[in-house]
Design a protein around this ligand. Structure first.
Ligand code: ADP
Length: 370
């Protein structure tokens, strides 16, 4: 059988008329770079922001045509707009496919959050970002944990951001493993105590989003500070998020922390893209047995009960911890490992939820029972 490739996809798209009626999608030059990963094919159609709502049938037609090709398990087509919208309505008010963040150059902002600290939120955020990158996306990361920034360490980055050339004086993000990264850790000396008042945190954060020369970014992954206090709620509210990912260990899913995380995003109408179960089980390298230390399996059922997608489980793994602590995240340093595969799976489910209009729904109403 012929191997699925970009030319086959382009050939199929040549049969679909361009939105202005002149030529086809390919000759009109509106097809983005095409990412093929396994049987998944992903690309965008670049259209004027104002036309996006009425071009949904075109998007669907492109998706259907590609899905019919041999070897395609799933086709995901998004409409993207080159220009940022004039106004900046909240992400919910905009049509799917526009620059949802309202920030020029950045298509999606997603938050990675947890009900409490130490559940592996930052580790998950980093490997999710690298997994999204493996799908062919341009990915950036923002460390919103101004109290205890972890991205410099997890990504092996240090030093100060330089100013970009030109008159707008934007900062250049630091870069490693192909990810563009900004963290308060680059601006403040380690060991210097920083006391932040709430409004300062928010303005520092907005500055790190808006005053950095990010370039064109498909997804910016924000590592949120742990917990669900007022600071986190304000962040969730004031950052134009496309969605949120909740990280939880099996035992606190059974408890209440993860639900608090869900509840927080529900309050501010940010769609929860799903739950990642971290430290799900322990695969013993000596005996080869799977030890379900924290009572594995509950997360999937719990997610179902709460009406949010289950994005995947990541085992408790010593190698993962060693690599993380050394600034060599597993998806980049051991791409062939089962762990990397797990993170890429999580990333493709996150991207599917972002790219498919209507698929991610607002967080369900959470009832916390005593
Ligand atoms: P959080 O951001 O929730 O505070 P971190 O991502 O910083 O958590 O992780 C806390 C510690 O747990 C780190 O030392 C990290 O390497 C380790 N860790 C995270 N996930 C795993 C895992 N699946 N297996 C083993 N260690 C893990």
């Amino acid at each position: 059988m012929t191997q699925l490739d970009k030319d086959m996809v382009l050939a199929a798209l040549k049969h679909i008329a361009a939105p202005d009626g002149r030529g086809n999608l390919v000759s009109a030059g509106i097809v983005s770079d095409i990412a093929i990963s396994g049987g998944n094919v992903m690309f965008a159609l670049n259209v004027p922001a104002s036309d996006a709502p009425k071009l949904e049938p075109l998007r669907k037609a492109a998706e259907t045509a590609v899905a019919r090709l041999p070897g395609v398990a799933k086709a995901i087509v998004a409409l993207t707009a080159e220009r940022a919208p004039q106004r900046q309505p909240g992400p919910r008010a905009q049509q799917a496919g526009e620059l949802r963040s309202g920030i020029p150059g950045i298509r999606h902002l997603i938050a990675v959050a947890s009900g409490k600290g130490g559940v592996g939120k930052s580790t998950t955020a980093v490997n999710l970002a690298l997994g999204l990158q493996a799908l062919g996306l341009k990915v950036a990361m923002l460390d919103a944990d101004v109290y205890g920034p972890s991205l410099p360490k997890l990504l092996g980055l240090s030093g100060r951001p330089r100013a970009a050339e030109g008159s707008d004086k934007k900062m250049l993000p630091l870069e490693n493993y192909g990810l563009k990264v900004m963290s308060m850790g680059f601006l403040v000396d380690e060991g210097t105590p920083v006391i932040w008042r709430g409004p300062m945190v928010m303005s520092a954060l907005m500055q790190m989003i808006r005053d950095v020369a990010w370039g064109e970014i498909d997804v910016m992954v924000i590592d949120m500070p742990p917990g669900t206090g007022d600071a986190q709620l304000t962040m969730a509210q004031q950052t134009p998020l496309s969605g949120a990912v909740i990280v939880s260990t099996p035992q606190d899913l059974a408890l209440i922390d993860a639900r608090k995380g869900l509840g927080m995003f529900q309050k501010v109408n940010v769609p929860v893209l799903g739950i990642v179960e971290n430290m799900s089980y322990f695969l013993c390298t000596k005996c080869g047995e799977r030890h379900e230390i924290f009572g594995h399996g509950g997360a999937e059922e719990e997610a179902q009960r709460l009406g949010v997608p289950f994005l995947g489980a990541v085992p408790l793994d010593t190698d993962l911890r060693i690599r993380s602590d050394a600034g060599e995240p597993v998806v980049a340093s051991a791409p062939g490992s089962a762990l990397a595969e797990a993170y890429r799976g999580i990333a493709s489910r996150v991207w599917a939820a972002l790219a498919e209009p209507g698929r991610s729904k607002p967080a369900p109403r959470i009832v916390i029972e005593d």
